[in-house]
Design a protein around this ligand. Sequence first.
Ligand SMILES: Cc1cc2nc3c(=O)[nH]c(=O)nc-3n(C[C@H](O)[C@H](O)[C@H](O)COP(=O)(O)OP(=O)(O)OC[C@H]3O[C@@H](n4cnc5c(N)ncnc54)[C@H](O)[C@@H]3O)c2cc1C
Length: 382
Amino acid sequence: MPYDFQPSWLNEELTTYKETVERFLDTEMVPFDEESRQRGHVGHEIWRRAGEIGILCTDIPVKYGGGGGDFRHEAILYEAMGHRGLTGMSPSVHSIVAHYLLNHGTEEQRQYYLPQLARGELVGAIAMSEPDAGSDLRGIRTKATARDNEFFLNGSKTFITNGYLAELVLVFARIETHEDSGKFSVFIIETKKHTGYSVGNRLKKIGLKAQDTSELFFDNINLSANHILGGTPGRGLSQIMADLPYERLLIADMAMGAMEGAYKLTVDYVRNRKVFGEPLINKQNSRFVLANMVTTLKVARAFVDDCINKILCGTLDTETASAAKLWLTQQQNLLVDECVQLHGGYGFMDEYLIGRMFADARVQRIYGGTDEIMKEIISRKI
Ligand SMILES: Cc1cc2nc3c(=O)[nH]c(=O)nc-3n(C[C@H](O)[C@H](O)[C@H](O)COP(=O)(O)OP(=O)(O)OC[C@H]3O[C@@H](n4cnc5c(N)ncnc54)[C@H](O)[C@@H]3O)c2cc1C
């Protein structure tokens, strides 16, 4: 039996769900991936379709229109996308938006937005980073000036995933009152409903070509307290902190899927590629490199599954989730690099999936908190 790195938590119900996800990806995403890469986004239709077949917001309760599942359902989608090198749609960012609303929104906000996110009618994005503030979020300049019972939002954000297609954006902003500008809130912006909201260019990236990453601009957008996540101003920072373990585990799990996909592609390649009159896999070096990958994948699977079990029990802490993000995304970069090497010159060609996986891997160590920020967090408890 060849190695497989099946999750330890996969049961019959999840296997059936996995088949649905894989069918959707193979028939409705893979064939259009190149088109999306050329265009720089996947289009709204695919989001609506994903909502229709029930693969968005799978870990959101049924009463809010979600799938009523848990993190394992989410993981199935991210890993299946990773296996196929699909990075165009970012359901993980969409899920993060849904979790902010679920965990910190008012009941009214949950009931109104969550079903629309689950149906894919609203594409979600989260806007924290700015040209001059990424790791140091306290340094953001986007501000919501309070006047009577209203807020006026001004500023800009950059690097926003799903930013071009987004219809619901959570914007992290500084609250400015007469007395104080030291507090933050997350504002809920329905992009089509506000004057003063605009989207800049889709940013040109060295990877994730099918994923829309954009700048966003806010010009005096008029908002009320109803647009504040949770309804009360000043809670933004603690809301963001509370959801970090979930976000970091998502990225670690995406790394897991991508590594498995890259390994499998490479095993196929070295079996078929002939060098010096024999298959490349016959060379001891190829087998040793692959053996190292198998070892990494087994360790990675054990770590990520342990984190998934912990998140299911509510015991995943920020340090462990940060360690998972740090280690798995670093391993992803090392492993995919070895895969490219075994592909030789073809590994550097854009038309070869492994080359794209190589380019896509790099940012995993940057977004959602850089390696260095993960180390800062982990080291706090030493
Ligand atoms: C493709 C892509 C998608 C993204 N999607 C989103 C999104 O959807 N929403 C969003 O809000 N943001 C998003 N980002 C932004 C991303 O989260 C930031 O790029 C990231 O947090 C780093 O911030 P920065 O780019 O400003 O780098 P900086 O913070 O300027 O960091 C530069 C370097 O300094 C290091 N550094 C910073 N602080 C410290 C420290 N205390 N100690 C040691 N070293 C340090 C960093 O690790 C890094 O190596 C995305 C970015 C990319 C590239």
